[in-house]
Write a protein that binds this ligand. Structure first.
Ligand SMILES: NC(=O)c1ccc[n+]([C@@H]2O[C@H](COP(=O)([O-])OP(=O)(O)OC[C@H]3O[C@@H](n4cnc5c(N)ncnc54)[C@H](O)[C@@H]3O)[C@@H](O)[C@H]2O)c1
Length: 266
């Protein structure tokens, strides 16, 4: 998108202190949006917000009051909330038989409840504001799922069962929200593939240790299987998020879009 593509839009992004969320915040800011940076990590949140010279709100998405405060601060500062990106998420690599209830609860709490609470807080605000323009929705919500939430299982399914379940739930929640809020809001999910990120670096190290392989070996094998011939960059995701935040996607809702270099073709 061009420099002014999101001029004046108010865009909040959860989990944007680092990783994909941070790159999304940088891109939306570069393209003219008023960005609200938010993260459970107050230092990362403050640092990214300072870098972008914008509002930073430290918030834990598993807490309804934090999500409400995030939206309230966005509205106090910028007057409305046009786009919410429910991006915050965690990953843990652990074989199914070793997982315990606490692992399960933590994963679903952040990835599913956190997505729900941030989405709900955004929707409550968006539904009471004026449309973005005559005939347009009142706001746009983007959730961050994953190709891991799609049906069908490769070897990795055995070591991230709770992550896979959480992302399948995000896809389902996206559809429920899209149905609930149409025609006033659009709600769509992004399903990234293998993003060169801290999350994947941690996962590669843990998985390699589990398999007795050298660090980086699993990553190289996975990359070799990507039809488009390269790992994904957070910028690829920013391209899709930009589209889902723009008027060009106003007729699209309830969709979960794979952006993964062709790893999943469904
Ligand atoms: N990295 C990948 O390959 C990949 C692939 C598919 C989907 N995703 C999804 O993309 C999203 C971002 O992933 P990433 O790679 O940038 O991960 P990351 O670990 O680099 O960043 C996640 C951010 O979320 C924050 N966070 C964690 N728990 C939180 C909470 N309770 N409340 C608020 N913030 C919280 C973290 O502090 C961190 O800044 C996640 O939802 C992830 O599941 C990532």
């Amino acid at each position: 998108m061009s420099a002014g593509a999101h001029q004046g839009r108010v865009v909040a992004i959860t989990g944007s202190g680092q990783g994909i969320g941070r790159v999304l915040a940088q891109r939306f800011a570069r393209e003219g949006a008023h960005v609200i940076v938010s993260d459970i990590n107050p230092d990362a949140c403050a640092q990214t917000a300072a870098e972008l010279d914008t509002l930073g709100v430290s918030a834990d998405v598993t807490k309804a009051e934090d999500c409400a405060a995030l939206v309230a601060q966005a509205v106090t500062r910028f007057g409305r909330l046009d786009v919410m990106v429910c991006n915050a998420g965690i990953m843990q690599l652990k074989p199914l038989l070793e997982l315990d209830g606490a692992d399960w609860d933590r994963m679903l709490s952040v990835n599913v409840k956190g997505c729900f609470l941030s989405l709900q807080a955004a929707a409550r605000q968006m539904l009471q504001q004026e449309p973005l323009a005559t005939g347009r929705p009142r706001g746009k919500i983007i959730t961050m799922a994953s190709i891991a939430g799609r049906p069908g299982a490769g070897p990795i399914a055995s070591v991230i069962p709770h992550y896979r379940a959480s992302k399948a739930a995000v896809i389902s929640l996206t559809q429920s929200a899209a149905m609930t809020f149409a025609p006033h809001l659009t709600v769509n999910a992004i399903c990234p593939g293998l993003v060169e990120s801290d999350m994947w670096r941690r996962m590669d190290a843990d998985w390699a240790a589990l398999q007795g392989m050298a660090q980086g070996e699993i990553w190289s094998q996975r990359i070799a299987g990507i039809p488009m011939g390269r790992p994904q960059s957070p910028e690829d995701i920013a391209d899709l998020a930009g589209y889902l935040a723009s008027p060009a996607s106003d007729y699209m809702t309830g969709q979960s879009i794979n952006i993964d270099g062709g790893l999943m073709m469904n």
